[in-house]
Each structure stands twice: as structure tokens, then as C-alpha cells.
Design a protein around this ligand. Structure first.
Ligand code: ADP
Length: 257
């Protein structure tokens, strides 16, 4: 049993500890803010020169094509493809900083869902010779969401399916109505994800270690951004995977909005 002075002492100690905890938390928040600010400023600064290099590359590729310098023109096109990758990495970094500070804009409107799926798939089919993107779509009318952002999610999932299945030839993309939701799934037959890591892949900057991960380029942001977008649009994003066999990533969106 504590006497009054002991109790007072214990209470004061507790208050001190609480205060220290509060200060540590504030410091951590400030560090996070500084990190986000740095990433935001750095990626914004990187964006301008990359955009201008890209414009010059495209003009040069056109001139070389017109002159009939096929080899040089094809080199320029490869440079352009690498610049696309760089632009998309910078875009991801900018999105994350905007998301963390609640500034990511959404422009929701009605759009034709299958048109959006076909557009993205056609675009990505051009980036791979090895894989065939196989479609299995149920007819869906229009969906109310931000078309560009949903296209970004689909692009992330299909790009990952291509990237993480270097030995496979098929990727299956399905779209169906389930209750009052539309569900899109992207299934690959690639390296898969260990069971204990599956939930972590949606975390910011998380990449599965081992598994020759270093041979696959990336920042570990695509799935984090995708899950935040889908959450904001009232849906869910989830995954099933068997290590060494392949993965299926699905997202849902409400149909009734
Ligand atoms: P990134 O691919 O740039 O690393 P993501 O956020 O898209 O970032 O994915 C996070 C991690 O989840 C990846 O690093 C990878 O380890 C794993 N992953 C994502 N998609 C797949 C997939 N289709 N097959 C196997 N692993 C995947």
C-alpha cells in the first residue's frame, strides 16, 4: 500500500513520462513532415527537367525516323521508355506526399468502365512481348469514380503482374459484377509472395526481401498508392498469392454511387 507522498511521487513520475512521450511523438511527427516535404520538393524539382528531356527525345526520334536512321531512332525510343519509367516513379513520389498531407485531388465522374479497362490493357500490352493479357469481362455500365486514378490502380497491378512473372506468358484480367460491386482481378503465374509478407505489400515503401527482389526495379509505393485510391473511392484492394506459383490482386468499387 502506498502512502500519500509515495502516491504523489508516482503520479508526478507518470506525468513526466507522459510528457516525454508526447514530446517524442511530436518530434517523430515533425521528422515525418520534414521527410515528406523533402520528397515532395525533390520530386517536384526532378519533374521539370525530365519533362523537357522527354520532349526533346520525342522530337529527335521523329527527326531520326524521317531521315531513315532506324537504329538511332530505336535507341531514342528506348530512351523514351526509360523516361516514362522515371516519370512514373516521380509521379508516385509526388502522389505519396500529397496523400500523406491529404492533398491528393479526386475528380469523380461517371465513366464507361470497360472502355477504361480496354484502354489501359491495350497500352500495357505494347510494353511486353512475352506476356499475353487475357481478358474475361462481364458487361459493366458506367462507374462513378476518378477514371484516371482507377486507371492508375489497374496500371500498377498489371505492371506488377508483368514485372514479377518474368518466366510466364499469360496474365488473366477479369471483371465481374458481384452484388452491388464491380470486381477486377489481375492474376499472374509469377514468383508469388510468401504468406507472412502478403499483408505488408500494401505498406508504404515495403518490398518483399529475398526472392531476387533486387532484380526487379521499384520503390514499393505502387500498392500503397493503389490501396489508398481504392479506399477513397469506397472499395477494397486485396491479394492472394502462393510463393513460386503466382499472385492474384483484386479490387472492388461500388456500382451504386
Ligand atoms: P514495387 O513493385 O515498386 O516494389 P509495389 O508497391 O507495387 O512496389 O509492390 C510492393 C511489393 O510487393 C513489391 O516489391 C513485390 O515484392 C511485391 N509484389 C507486388 N506485386 C507482386 C506480384 N504480382 N507478384 C509478386 N510480388 C509482388
Amino acid at each position: 500500500v502506498l502512502d500519500i507522498s509515495d502516491r504523489k511521487f508516482a503520479e508526478e513520475e507518470l506525468m513526466q513520462i507522459n510528457k516525454k512521450l508526447e514530446i517524442a511523438l511530436e518530434e517523430q511527427k515533425e521528422l515525418q513532415r520534414q521527410k515528406d516535404d523533402f520528397i515532395g520538393i525533390a520530386s517536384h524539382e526532378l519533374k521539370t527537367p525530365v519533362t523537357s528531356i522527354k520532349a526533346y527525345t520525342q522530337v529527335l526520334a521523329k527527326i531520326l525516323n524521317q531521315k531513315g536512321d532506324v537504329r538511332e531512332a530505336s535507341m531514342m525510343q528506348k530512351m523514351d521508355a526509360q523516361l516514362n519509367r522515371l516519370t512514373s516513379l516521380i509521379g508516385d513520389l509526388l502522389d505519396v506526399t500529397k496523400m500523406n498531407s491529404g492533398r491528393l485531388q479526386f475528380n469523380d465522374a461517371h465513366f464507361n468502365f470497360l472502355d477504361m479497362l480496354n484502354f489501359v490493357i491495350e497500352d500495357l500490352q505494347r510494353t511486353t512481348e512475352r506476356h499475353t493479357l487475357i481478358q474475361n469481362f462481364e458487361n459493366i455500365g458506367s462507374v462513378f469514380a476518378d477514371q484516371e486514378r482507377i486507371g492508375q490502380v489497374l496500371t500498377n497491378l498489371i505492371s506488377n503482374a508483368i514485372k514479377y512473372s518474368p518466366g510466364a506468358t499469360e496474365i488473366n484480367i477479369s471483371c465481374s459484377v458481384q452484388g452491388d460491386e464491380v470486381v477486377v482481378c489481375v492474376e499472374d503465374h509469377g514468383i508469388g509472395i510468401p504468406e507472412d509478407k502478403l499483408n505488408r505489400v500494401f505498406e508504404q515503401f515495403y518490398r518483399v526481401s529475398g526472392n531476387m527482389q533486387h532484380t526487379f526495379p521499384g520503390l514499393g509505393l505502387g500498392l500503397y498508392i493503389s490501396s489508398e485510391i481504392i479506399k477513397r473511392e469506397g472499395g477494397r484492394l486485396w491479394a492472394n498469392s502462393v510463393e513460386g506459383k503466382g499472385s492474384t490482386f483484386c479490387f472492388s468499387l461500388p456500382l451504386s454511387r
